[in-house]
Design a binder for this molecule. Structure first.
Ligand SMILES: *Cc1c(COP(=O)(O)O)cnc(C)c1O
Length: 328
């Protein structure tokens, strides 16, 4: 099989639910609107990074690691889920955060703490410097006789979303849905590029619309191209469909930048909560659901062609965004 060369730890049940959203579909003018509930991945309050972590921790397990190191800001979902997965596997977890220590723990960092991770705060600095400091920590741990594993091999983690494409395709067939469009979020692009590679391997059963929430379109596109090629090398597969056949990237929903809300993203949190009882947050998921709605309004996703949007999780971040939702 495709992934058999890669050790994988099972962290959660799959597949995640594929659900119809009739009331939000009605609001958006699209009767066949579906959502893929990766926020339901059943560990540590869920989210897309669990699919990556199954492969990362598989590699860690194979290498005999006893401590997992991950980097991110305190509000990182990836840090929270690494902490949860490490706890489940009985491994130590050290998180390297490029901020000053928060005065009060809330949202994801609160959960990372509850899961037993040790947090190190290196002060405001960029991702390159953070990476260098994490590498230095790894060396120090080795000198102490520990066996550290550093989270973040992009191509390896991406395999989780190659698998998600195969999973969604199977599931749509089984549920008799003639799925023609998928909307997925792109920040650093690992998630989207895995999904795109899987879609290309399948011979492009649906078109994938990638909503950028971090980088301008051209920059995200070059990241996707690079990752797509790297996943191909890792899997030793060359799909007949090219990236450009499978994907369109949009920067229209980014607003002022990463983790910066827009009026539409805030409104979308209310809309999905009040039509379907599903929670979004303002870094990733409300922008991708707003993008979906606008692509329908613009006719880019026709209302006759079934569409599915990925819910990639991130729910705990909502509690750190409370000021956006105070009743006025
Ligand atoms: C990390 C994350 C993403 C984006 O994934 P990338 O692979 O960086 O593009 C989307 N949604 C949530 C909730 C995330 O935590």
């Amino acid at each position: 099989m495709l992934f058999s060369r890669f050790p994988r730890v099972r962290l959660t049940e799959l597949p995640t639910p594929l659900q119809h959203l009739p009331r939000y579909g009605n609001l958006s003018g699209h009767p066949e609107l579906y959502i893929k509930r990766d926020d339901f991945l059943a560990l540590g309050m869920g989210g897309n990074k669990l699919r990556h972590l199954e492969f990362w921790l598989g590699a860690a397990y194979q290498q005999g690691a006893d401590v997992i190191v991950a980097c991110g800001r305190p509000e990182s979902n990836q840090c929270r889920l690494t902490a949860a997965a490490a706890a489940k596997l009985g491994l130590d977890c050290i998180l390297v955060h490029n901020t000053e220590p928060p005065t009060m723990l809330q949202g994801n960092i609160l959960l990372s703490h509850i899961f037993g991770a040790r947090s190190i705060y290196i002060g405001e600095t960029d991702e390159d410097d953070r990476h260098q400091q994490a590498l230095a920590l790894v060396e120090e741990l080795k000198r102490e006789g520990r066996k550290p594993y550093l989270i973040g091999d992009v191509a390896l983690g991406t395999l989780g979303y190659v698998n998600a494409a195969l999973e969604l395709h199977q599931q749509a067939l089984a549920q008799d849905i003639d799925l023609q469009h998928v909307v997925i979020v792109g920040a650093m692009g690992g998630t989207a590029s895995g999904f795109l590679f899987g879609t290309a391997l399948l011979g492009r059963p649906f078109h994938v619309h990638v909503i950028s929430v971090e980088y301008p379109k051209a920059q995200l596109w070059s990241i996707l191209e690079n990752n797509f090629a790297n996943v191909g090398r890792l899997l030793e597969q060359e799909p007949t469909a090219k990236l450009a056949d499978v994907a369109t990237v949009y920067e229209d929903y980014l607003g002022p930048g990463y983790a910066q809300p827009t009026p539409q993203s805030i409104q979308t949190v209310y809309d999905l909560a009040r039509t379907e009882g599903i929670l979004l947050e303002n870094v990733y998921t409300s922008k991708s659901v707003w993008g979906l709605r606008d692509l329908i309004a613009r006719g880019i996703i026709p209302d006759t062609e079934p569409v599915c949007v990925f819910h990639t999780g991130g729910g705990p971040a909502l509690f750190a965004q409370a000021e956006l939702f105070q009743p006025r």
